[in-house]
Design a protein around this ligand. Structure first.
Ligand code: PMP
Length: 285
């Protein structure tokens, strides 16, 4: 169980960063979480694309190209030598003056963290997890666009705190207009009468890589899947609900606001998509 850090290309067992880094002071950073299969990064091109899109959206110039990221990641994975790894890629604005103006930050910091992966327990997939529709709203797109994967996650942290208080393991948020968006670190899907629904990008969500894969798999396997806009109450009518994310994969939801979803057990469409997604990860290797 080894953790390795890579700071601008230097690999170490421990890492400290300056408190004057604007990533620390203002959440002025971007990041990606990547999983592995046979200790090879999954969907790395897509994660690097998203990292670069996030950088562009916050006017941050990443001083290294994709090949550099691939090489450094490979070196760090080898140094850690885990069976499977959790990979976090961060790019911060860098060290600057004690004010919000990013122009004093001359050198973005690139940090790779490779650690032993802690997977969700088998019982989560067998039983499903409890979620709550919380009162905290997802940031609107014209405030802090949820499609930028920034290190500023306080919106989601507050939602998670509210979910915990409600006895739930995760939160689902609506946007300021009451339309469903996503979970704290996952995208949302629900099933009504055999049709799969997922909030569209213009509801204000992150374009999840797992979401994209699941939509593709659903279409290829003859499911009716719709991206759209639904009020929060719609979720109460769902026969099945599931969340998707790099670490969660396809996570069944058993209870919403303390009430069972459908039978209160993972539904057939959720389980089928979980199997198809697992197969996809296996086949890629
Ligand atoms: N939404 C949010 C807010 C997230 O943090 C994540 C996790 N990165 C996701 C959705 C799922 O994205 P992905 O499938 O790319 O992990």
């Amino acid at each position: 169980m080894t953790t390795k850090f890579n700071f601008n290309g230097e690999i170490s067992d421990e890492l400290s960063i300056s408190v004057m880094d604007h990533g620390f002071l203002f959440g002025d950073s971007i990041y990606e979480v990547v999983s592995t299969f046979k200790n090879e990064p999954c969907f790395l091109d897509k994660h690097l694309d998203r990292l670069h899109n996030s950088a562009q959206a916050i006017s941050l110039k990443i001083p290294r190209d994709r090949e550099w990221f691939r090489e450094q990641l490979q070196k760090t994975l080898i140094a850690a030598g885990n069976k499977e790894s959790y990979i976090r890629i961060l790019v911060t604005r860098g060290v600057g003056e004690m004010n919000i103006d990013p122009s004093s930050c001359e050198h973005p910091a690139i940090i790779l963290i490779v650690m032993d992966v802690t997977e969700y327990s088998k019982s989560c997939y067998e039983k499903g997890i409890r979620v709550a529709l919380v009162s905290i709203k997802r940031n609107p797109r014209d405030a802090l666009n949820p499609n930028i994967k920034t290190g500023n996650y306080l919106n989601n942290v507050l939602a998670k705190i509210e979910a915990d208080k409600l006895g739930a393991q995760d939160a689902v948020m609506v946007n300021p207009w009451g339309y469903l968006t996503e979970g704290t670190t996952s995208n949302l899907f629900f099933v009504c009468d055999g049709h799969i629904m997922t909030p569209s990008m213009n509801c204000g969500i992150l374009s999840g890589i797992t979401r994209e894969m699941v939509i593709q798999l659903a279409k290829e396997n003859g499911f009716h899947i719709e991206e759209g806009k639904w009020p929060g109450e719609e979720l109460l009518k769902a026969d099945e609900i599931f969340l998707t994310g790099t670490l969660k994969k396809v996570m069944p939801v058993s209870h919403l606001d303390g009430r069972p979803v459908g039978s209160g057990k993972p539904g057939p469409i959720t389980l089928k998509l979980l199997r198809l997604y697992d197969d996809l990860l296996t086949k890629r290797a």
